[in-house]
Design a protein around this ligand. Structure first.
Ligand code: SF4
Length: 251
């Protein structure tokens, strides 16, 4: 069983990625409310589709808290249609806004609560799961909480040989117990995982040769033949059988 990555290993991964992409200055949104809208709309879709929906909301002058509280559901569905699952997402977005209005009156008062209370309230709203709640906590409310997504799980699995099926809370704990509590670090580190995941660490055929963290990646090292990284990914089971005996390049 490989040792779990320590702070040094996590920061090495971050530094290599940041050296390539720079500080990414997330979240892509001009206001706290836009972050919340983006966090709901990005469920089960790519950001390019979310951007189209946000553009439509902006054009219709509906991208603000009071407008979404009062907008007709059919109009909201029409505007956010490009983001997919638009009926479900319209209900979730409007439901969250009406909850905030009923319980706190204003968005600022809702977001200014302590981290634990705010997270519990977000998770109590229909359609808000841990990733969405934590994205809102970190990027809209500025609370130090590490966001876990599918890219983070995949990259941590391939780089450090951790199970990709690791529970959300366990992986979040790993980051939060090893890294200093910093909104800026959590903000940018999550953004770096997304950048690597989108551009290189594809689900079936990772593009290791151009990946900024290939030098510390167990998967890339296990698939290296004559200095070249194989393009096609073998089955995850094969990878794990081959990857476990190798030396962690970070140790
Ligand atoms: S080197 Fe390859 S497997 Fe490792 S994180 Fe990068 S793309 Fe993924």
């Amino acid at each position: 069983m490989k040792a779990l990555p320590d702070e040094r290993a996590l920061m090495r991964l971050y530094s290599l990625s940041k050296a390539r992409f720079g500080f990414l200055d997330w979240w892509p949104g001009d206001t706290k409310f836009e972050v919340i809208v983006g966090a709901i709309l990005t469920q089960q879709t790519s950001w390019s589709n979310v951007a189209k929906a946000i553009k439509a909301l902006k054009k219709a002058k509906k991208l603000d808290f009071s407008s979404i509280c009062s907008i007709k559901t059919e109009e909201l569905e029409r505007l956010i249609r490009p983001s997919g699952y638009y009926r479900q997402k319209a209900a979730r977005l409007k439901g969250l806004c009406l909850y905030i209005k009923g319980a706190h009156s204003t968005l600022d008062s809702f977001l200014s609560q302590d981290k634990g209370t705010l997270r519990a309230e977000l998770l109590s709203v229909n359609g808000v799961g841990k990733e969405t709640a934590d994205s809102i906590l970190l990027y809209a409310a500025g609370k130090p909480i590490f966001v876990i997504d599918a890219y983070t799980k995949r990259i941590m699995s391939r780089v450090f040989g951790m199970p990709e099926s690791i529970a959300y809370d366990d992986l979040q704990d790993l980051f939060q117990t090893r890294l200093k509590k910093s909104v800026r670090l959590y903000n940018d580190m999550h953004a770096q995982f997304v950048e690597i995941g989108k551009g290189y660490c594809k689900k079936t055929s990772p593009l290791c040769s151009g990946c900024p963290i290939k030098g510390i990646c167990a998967y890339a090292n296990a698939h290296r033949i004559d200095g070249k990284v194989q393009g096609k990914m073998q089955s995850h089971l094969k990878y794990r059988m081959r990857a476990i005996p190798i030396t962690n390049p970070l140790s």
